[in-house]
Design a protein. Structure first.
Ligand SMILES: Nc1ncnc2c1ncn2[C@@H]1O[C@H](COP(=O)(O)OP(=O)(O)OP(=O)(O)O)[C@@H](O)[C@H]1O
Length: 215
């Protein structure tokens, strides 16, 4: 479904150059749950963002169903991000002045016969009674579940999760991981960056990055 072919990415800051990805190739099949592990600064987040159409690599290609994401025009790449990819980040990135419901509604794309799908998904994630609350009024677990619902509400094919349990206690981590597992059981594909062994246990494949290289 997704092919990452020989991608490299360097960041240049003043006179310093940081090699984030060095000739990385990875094939992601539909239904995969791939965990990306590696030391801090090894390029994990850069890889995830590159797959999500957010960071253009210096060289190499990301192919989604055979189509090169970074050769798409801006309209197409926006569509790829909105329709095919869902993101969950360690820091939630909820909009502070929108309620739970509004944060989710903002990213939902119009789907046929989907009236009520936000409510149903909120219910499943134990968030329905909180739908009119603002992020500042939520616990961290509730914030991350809101971010998860936002990520999956438009039925993306792939969920990109960057340390999604990094700020959660063990109980909330387990709840979130069960939801991610269910997303996969319903046909989704997952690419997840994590340091935590309990999280990588859900994966069918674990890949390691070190200094931008896939081992
Ligand atoms: N915007 C940027 N400008 C300059 N250097 C950057 C930038 N973003 C990342 N880097 C550098 O690129 C390398 C890879 O960063 P990246 O965030 O992808 O690593 P990571 O494995 O996700 O790290 P962590 O586990 O600490 O989140 C690091 O050396 C980092 O300092």
């Amino acid at each position: 479904m997704l092919e990452i072919n020989h991608i490299s990415k360097k960041y240049v800051k003043g006179k310093e150059t940081y090699t984030a990805l060095d000739n990385v190739s990875l094939k992601i099949e539909s239904g995969d749950f791939i965990a990306v592990v590696g030391p801090s600064g090894s390029g994990k987040s850069t890889l995830l963002h590159t797959v999500g159409g957010l960071i253009r690599p210096d060289s190499g290609q990301v192919l989604f169903r055979g189509k090169s994401v970074y050769k798409m025009d801006s309209h197409e790449v926006n569509k790829y991000r909105r329709k095919n990819v869902g993101f969950v980040f360690q820091q939630f990135h909820l909009i502070p002045y929108l309620t739970v419901y509004e944060n989710i509604k903002l990213t939902e794309i119009e789907l046929e016969n989907e009236n009520g799908s936000i409510e149903a998904t909120l219910e499943k994630c134990a968030l329905l009674p909180l739908k009119n609350k603002y992020p500042s009024e939520l616990s961290v677990g509730e914030k991350q579940r809101t971010a998860f619902v936002r990520a999956i509400i438009s039925n993306p094919e792939i969920l990109l999760a960057d340390e999604p349990t990094g700020n959660l206690d063990p109980g909330n981590s387990q709840i979130l991981m069960s939801l991610i597992k269910e997303f996969r059981e319903n046909g989704g594909t997952v690419l997840l960056v994590s340091h935590e062994a309990e999280t990588t246990n859900y994966a069918n494949r674990i890949v390691t990055l070190r200094a931008g290289k896939l081992l």
